[in-house]
Ligand binder design. Structure first.
Ligand code: ZN
Length: 496
């Protein structure tokens, strides 16, 4: 007989409140990272016309401390992933979440502060042949690192992964897109000026930084200067320290010709732009880089999730047992994953989240809720590629009196079959126990009403008991086996 885990333990994730504040993204990718690949890719570019959409596997690792704390909010990670696919759509590159169940979770304080002295290098836990994105808090020697200022992301050319601070993981920031540009060998449009200040009162030098040629306004040296990309105009680091998307001060190249940067380029440093883009050649270079890499991960589900989910139960304040609340909803077309959130407040304030996890079916059992309390829940359907659908409206339920939930230790196995069952089918409860015990058996419907209740003795060894459910209507039920030593629970579904 199949030994089933009968107490579902789901970790309680408590999110912290993030003040909505303007965070200026600064990149810690070392100058020249992937430069050899860039030069090779430039020599291998092909037109992107008539090229179809290519799907690339991403391992998005959401790091937490040892105790599971401080992880980025999954909804923010989905928002950022949605934006990433939108930003790469025009060049026919799309990403999908390669990990079963969406995100990869690593709870390890040694890895949590990426780049901090003494921290473990995430390169050692990357998943090969996928694009590895690590989300936590980034330390990279920048000012104020770890406090949502300074360097908030980087591409490691040695580890071939992207690290991104959770502060800049949302639907608005282009930080992730910028770092993926580095991953695919792109340099900053202002390459060479990362640590230099342009000064219009002095002649513009012909080289900056680590002996990098300054790009001329007429493009005459574009193939060997700055980012080596000829359809991005010169940028002498104008974005850093400039807070609008329209750069207006006079600036001149080494020949004294006026320079006008492309403020909306993803590989620049301008902020507060309504939109950003990659140039045509940047797109071609990235595709050449992809063609030189090996990706494995199978074919993603590429359906869109365009309809919103319908929450089925419990809703409208229905009563639910706190130790096992079974949340059910209608399967959503195109979706194979659902981010499920249970919160104490109807506005789903992050600091009142009591449960959040990804379900891969249209039902989830949440344990250990507070008794006698109103809760609110909602879901966000998605699949490995399409993650842009928002949460449903919230629904409410109320937990009833708590009963202690300790498993009956002597029980070796606990099964109910058939499950799901048809309406007039006999349902059998099978328990194998090392020690005998007396139990009260109760079947509750989803509103918490008792539909069946009887006493049963279980002797040492295997025991069968019949559940008389002939009068039960179709729906989801909770079976509870209570003894003085503990409680066993199982969800039972009765069909039509
Ligand atoms: Zn950068």
């Amino acid at each position: 007989m199949k030994k089933t885990a009968y107490i579902i333990v789901l970790c309680m994730l408590t999110s912290t409140i993030f003040a909505q504040q303007y965070t200026r993204f600064e990149c810690g990718t070392p100058d020249g990272a992937g430069m050899d690949r860039l030069i090779r890719n430039i020599n291998n570019v092909n037109s992107l016309e008539s090229r179809g959409v290519q799907y690339l596997p991403v391992t998005m690792t959401l790091l937490a401390q040892d105790d599971g704390s401080n992880r980025v909010d999954e909804a923010s990670a989905l928002d950022a992933f949605c934006a990433l696919n939108e930003n790469f759509a025009s060049i026919g590159i799309q990403f999908y979440l390669h990990t079963q169940g969406g995100f990869r979770y690593v709870d390890d304080s040694d890895y949590y502060f990426i780049g901090k002295d003494g921290s473990s290098n995430p390169a050692s836990i990357r998943i090969p042949n996928t694009i590895n994105i690590f989300v936590s808090e980034v330390f990279n020697g920048g000012p104020g690192a770890g406090s949502c200022t300074g360097i908030l992301g980087f591409y490691s050319p040695f580890g071939d992964y992207v690290a991104i601070d959770k502060c800049t993981v949302d639907s608005e920031s282009f930080a992730l897109t910028h770092e993926l540009g580095h991953f695919f060998s792109l340099q900053h449009t202002f390459r060479g000026w990362e640590n230099e200040n342009y000064d219009s009162s002095n002649p513009t030098p012909t080289t900056v930084g680590n002996n990098i040629r300054v790009e001329f306004a007429d493009g005459s040296n574009c193939a060997i200067a700055a980012d080596r990309i000829c359809d991005t105009p010169p940028d002498y680091g104008f974005g850093l320290g400039w807070n609008s998307c329209d750069y207006t001060p006079d600036a001149f190249d080494p020949d004294g010709e006026p320079v006008d940067p492309d403020e909306e380029n993803y590989m620049g440093y301008f902020f507060n732009c309504d939109q950003h883009h990659f140039s045509t050649m940047q797109g071609e270079v990235m595709v050449a880089d992809i063609e030189d890499r090996t990706f494995t991960g199978g074919s993603p589900n590429t359906a869109s999730v365009t309809t919103q989910s319908v929450l089925t139960s419990p809703i409208n304040g229905a009563i639910s047992p706190p130790q096992n609340t079974v949340l059910t909803w209608e399967a959503t077309a195109g979706a194979n994953m659902y981010l499920v959130e249970v919160n104490r407040l109807p506005n789903f304030s992050p600091s009142f989240t009591v449960h959040k996890s990804v379900a891969t079916t249209n039902s989830l059992t949440v344990s250990s809720l507070t008794a006698n309390t109103t809760h609110y829940w909602r879901i966000r359907p998605f699949n490995e590629h399409y993650v842009c659908t928002d949460f449903t409206e919230g629904a409410s339920f109320k937990t009833d009196e708590a009963t202690a939930v300790t498993p009956i230790e002597a029980v070796e196995s606990f099964d109910v079959y058939p499950n799901p069952a048809n309406r007039n089918e006999t349902i059998t409860l099978e328990i194998n126990t090392l020690d005998p015990f007396d139990a009260e058996i109760t079947l509750y419907d989803i509103q918490g009403r008792t539909v069946l209740n009887f006493q049963q003795y279980f002797g040492t060894g295997n025991n069968l008991a019949e559940l008389h459910t002939a009068n039960a209507t179709a729906g989801t039920y909770i079976l509870k086996v209570s003894s003085e030593n503990g409680v066993l629970c199982k969800k039972i579904v009765i069909g039509n």
